[in-house]
Design a protein around this ligand. Structure first.
Ligand SMILES: Nc1ncnc2c1ncn2[C@@H]1O[C@H](COP(=O)(O)OP(=O)(O)OP(=O)(O)O)[C@@H](O)[C@H]1O
Length: 880
């Protein structure tokens, strides 16, 4: 253990120790140099031990510096012995080692003192000198004995030392030689080792090479085996492939034959596809047309319901009112018919009528049921405005916005919008953006622009973009993709609404809160675009100033609110009465809603909110009067419009009736005329037959007297006979066959002296003339009075049918009534006439030539006849 005590100038260190046995110390951290070491010893174990009891050696730096020190022999027991001035040399950081080694017994060391020896520059060892401690007089004799023993020992030791030194030098020399030999041998060994290692490596390499060669050979063998097996496999496959090839060749030949069929099939399929495409196109066109019609009809239905509709909703009595024993001032017995009755304070009951009345029991779903159709209207491209009007605390916000549990009109309309958008997504693409604003003290404020405390909100103005299109520049428009996004934006707007406090309602809204949903639609079928707006307006409370007892800023607010509400009333009234001037610009509210307040195709829906409490009776009456004023006016106009249209329809019906009556009279007239003409014709025919029979008799008599009367040739023989009844002249109409196309034509042939003069053969009819086929086809070749006397009786019957047909033709062509009908293009009337004629019904199927055309045909015919030298009404060549 190192002590704090020092020796000399502080350079010497003192270590205390109490070691027993063979041991050694190594003092590290000593600088290189010579050191002086003092050893302090004392025998404390055996107090009466004899000399030779404890004998030991001391080594410094492994060199024996004290040899066989017998402490009992030196100082005896309990007496200190200091061996001083021992020297040791420390080089580098090896430290100073001191070793004690017992010869007999173990050495006991009390302390070691080490100090640097600056003076000594040599490296020498010095055998110890026993420093004797001052002793008492009792021990003086023993001290002298000790001195002598030490000196004798020292001489011996010095001799020993010299001898050992020589021995050491010899040993060192031998060691050197051995060292050299050793080095030589180790070099040889190393070389041998190296060559051995090289050989080993070579061997390794060779063996590895052999191994790899063996592996390669093995691989080659395996590979060969594989090749052989794959060759066998391939041979098998080749055989199969050959068989398949034969089969395929057969199939190819059969497919070749099928190819023709395939071509036919593909062309059929192609034509089918084309048909389908055409069909698809047609369907698309039909769909677009149908969609347009649906839109128009839907709009018509809404229009019939009224472009401005008024619903009245009454909130239930709240708990406070009920607990205060409040009485209901409104009755809803006839609510289903849109009526409600308000009790008067002493005054008689008053009944109001609206498009719908919702009592306190009606829930949000009931209210929305009547509102839902306008969502479709918005997506069809019409502007819609829904607003809630009424006294503070009557449920305007409840109806429009509702609560999380009972969603109001705003939420449900948006939901309906997105539902229809989803439904129509295959044919329409919609873009929706929403904005929220409020009109407060006749100033427009964007509710989506956050205005922090102290900052003044940006004022917005209304600009007119085009015909009936208004815009608020700078207004934030948020594009939304779904219901939740849209609702989030609108809620943000509602939360930013300005609220104040009045006596009537603590949290009364003092501004008109307006939500605008702008819809851009595009048809994916024809690219048609629509733009429309849906306004959702929660108006400020409509209570009167006197009740709320407000002053200052609140008074101004209330005045502005009342002014804008009355402007709204004026606008609606003007629209409802179709007044030429609508005072839209009297307030910011009406100016903003201008394009959606029931003008043109736009629809407006007003909720009049009322309180059932008897204390609110006067305010309730005010609201109801305000609403019914709008409603009655719009209804009056509607009724008037409906009356007008009913009157118009009545007139048309009357006209039609009159026309029908006239037609019926004319038909009757014609029928009676026809009957008379038939009778006359029959009489004529009878007389004619009688005449002809007479003539026949005369001719027979003449034939008997004169030998020959020439018959006309076959081509010029008459085939039919008629009488021109119109002109009242005796004239026979003949039908003659044409040689080439077997068509026939009736021609009037004059009679001279009771004999008919036959015209020359007719040319074939031109295609235009062929339309008269009907006329002549009835005149089939019939036996003439010249054929044989016996044929006259039967011929008379046929003649009458010819006459009848000619009459029929005359009826068709000449009747002024029919001509009138034809000119007017009233074919339905003709149809009736013909049907009433009975047997002549099939005439209805004929396509009659136009007037001009008939004239042309007639002229051409006359021309041809002139060329042939045969004029109607003139005498022809003599028969004989
Ligand atoms: N039909 C109803 N059913 C149940 N509660 C209702 C109904 N209508 C209104 N209320 C309740 O009456 C209270 C006042 O309604 P609300 O705030 O909607 O009135 P308001 O007319 O919007 O008032 P303000 O003019 O102050 O905005 C609310 O607590 C609301 O929940």
């Amino acid at each position: 253990m190192r002590t704090d005590a020092t020796i000399g100038d502080g350079e010497g260190l003192i270590y205390q120790t109490a070691r027993f046995g063979n041991f050694a110390y190594n003092f590290k951290n000593l600088e290189s140099g010579n050191y002086i070491v003092d050893l302090h010893l004392a025998e404390i174990v055996y107090t009466h031990g004899p000399p030779g009891l404890r004998v030991f050696h001391v080594f410094i730096q492994e060199q024996k510096v004290v040899s066989c020190l017998d402490i009992y022999a030196c100082v005896g027991a309990n007496r200190p012995l200091v061996i001083s001035e021992l020297k040791g040399y420390v080089s580098g950081d090896e430290g100073l080692s001191i070793k004690f080694e017992g010869v007999t017994g173990s050495p006991i060391v009390c302390g070691i003192s080490i100090r640097k020896d600056p003076s000594a520059s040599f490296r020498e060892l010095k055998l110890f000198k026993v420093q004797e401690m001052p002793e008492t007089s009792d021990h003086s004799s023993s001290k002298e004995n000790g001195d002598h023993t030490v000196v004798g020992e020292l001489g011996k030791l010095q001799l020993d030392y010299e001898y050992q030194k020589k021995e050491l030098i010899e040993t060192k020399r031998t060691l050197e030689i051995l060292k050299r030999q050793n080095e030589h041998k180790s070099r040889e060994c190393q070389e041998a080792w190296k060559s051995l290692q090289e050989l080993q490596n070579e061997l390794m390499r060779k063996s590895m090479h052999v191994g790899s060669l063996a592996f390669a050979v093995e691989g080659q063998v395996k590979e060969k085996g594989r090749w052989f097996s794959s060759l066998r496999h391939l041979t098998r496959k080749l055989k199969i492939l050959k068989l398949e090839h034969i089969k395929l060749a057969e199939e190819a030949a059969s497919y070749k034959n099928c190819l023709g069929d395939m071509r036919v099939m593909s062309s059929t399929i192609q034509s089918k596809i084309n048909q389908q495409v055409e069909l698809h196109e047609n369907l698309k066109i039909k769909y677009i047309k149908g969609e347009k019609e649906r839109k128009e009809l839907y709009n018509k239905i809404l229009e019939m319901k009224g472009n401005i509709r008024v619903f009245c909703r009454c909130r239930p009595l709240n708990t406070e009112e009920i607990s205060a024993g409040a009485l209901m001032a409104v009755e809803f017995e006839a609510a289903k018919d849109g009526e409600l009755t308000v009790k008067g304070n002493g005054a008689p009951k008053k009944t109001f009528k609206f498009d719908a009345v919702f009592g306190p029991q009606a829930d949000q779903v009931d209210v929305f049921e009547d509102t839902a159709p306008v969502a479709t209207s918005v997506l069809d491209g019409y502007n819609v405005c829904i607003f809630a009007y009424g006294q503070t605390g009557t449920g305007k916000t409840f109806t429009m916005e509702g609560t999380d549990e009972a969603r109001g009109v705003n939420f449900r309309t948006l939901e309906e919008l997105f539902r229809i958008i989803e439904e129509r997504k295959q044919h329409f693409r919609y873009e929706i953006c929403v904005s929220a604003l409020e009109v407060y003290n006749e100033q427009i404020r964007d509710l989506l622009v956050s205005s922090h405390a102290g900052a003044t909100a940006k004022r917005l103005e209304i600009r007119q973009l085009g015909e009936g299109n208004h815009h608020v520049p700078g207004l934030v428009e948020a594009y939304v993709n779904n219901m939740s996004e849209a609702w989030d934006v609108l809620q943000t707007g509602s939360n930013a609404r300005a609220v104040g406090s009045t006596n009537a309602n603590e949290h009364s809204s003092r501004s008109h809160c307006i939500h605008c949903v702008m819809v851009k639609g595009e048809s994916l079928l024809n690219g048609e675009c629509t733009r429309s707006k849906l306004w959702l307006v929660d108006l400020a409370g409509s209570e009167r100033i006197a009740k709320t007892e407000v002053l200052g800023e609140r008074l101004k607010e209330t005045q502005n609110i009342n002014r804008s509400l009355s402007a709204l009333g004026d606008v609606i009234a003007a629209l409802a009465t179709k007044s030429p001037h609508v005072p839209f610009r009297n307030s910011k509210l009406t100016h903003l809603l201008q394009d959606s307040l029931g003008s043109g195709d736009s629809k407006a829906l007003m909720f009049v909110q009322i309180s059932p409490h008897e204390n609110d009776l006067s305010e309730t009456l005010c609201s109801l009067n305000f609403a019914s004023r709008q409603d009655m006016k719009s209804k009056d106009v509607q009724i008037k419009r409906m009356d007008d249209s009913i009157n118009g329809l009545d007139m048309k019906m009357k006209e039609k009736d009159l026309r029908n009556k006239n037609l019926q009279e004319k038909i009757k007239e014609l029928e009676s005329q026809l009957l008379i003409e038939r009778k006359l014709a029959r009489q004529h025919v009878d007389t004619k037959i009688a005449e002809q029979q007479q003539q026949q008799q005369i001719r027979q008599q003449q034939e008997e007297q004169t030998p020959v009367l020439m018959r006309p040739p076959l081509a010029t023989r008459p085939f039919g006979l008629n009488k021109n009844l119109n002109e009242g002249k005796e004239q026979v109409t003949l039908a003659r066959p044409l040689t080439d196309n077997n068509s026939y034509k009736l021609q009037a042939i004059p009679q001279v002296d009771g004999l008919t003069k036959f015209p020359p053969p007719l040319l074939p009819l031109s295609p235009i003339q062929a339309d008269k086929e009907e006329d002549t086809s009835n005149c089939l070749p019939e036996p003439t009075p010249w054929d044989s006397p016996g044929e006259h009786k039967t011929g008379g019957k046929k003649l009458s049918s010819v006459l009848r047909r000619s009459l029929q033709k005359k009826m068709q062509m000449k009747s002024p009534m029919q001509q009138h009908i034809r000119r007017g293009g009233i074919n339905v009337g003709m149809e009736k006439v013909r049907v009433s004629i009975g047997s002549r019904g099939r005439m209805a199927q004929r396509v009659l030539p136009r007037r001009g055309m008939t004239k042309d045909i007639q002229q051409k015919q006359n021309q041809r006849e002139k060329e042939r030298g045969w004029n109607i009404g003139t005498l022809g060549r003599p028969v004989v």
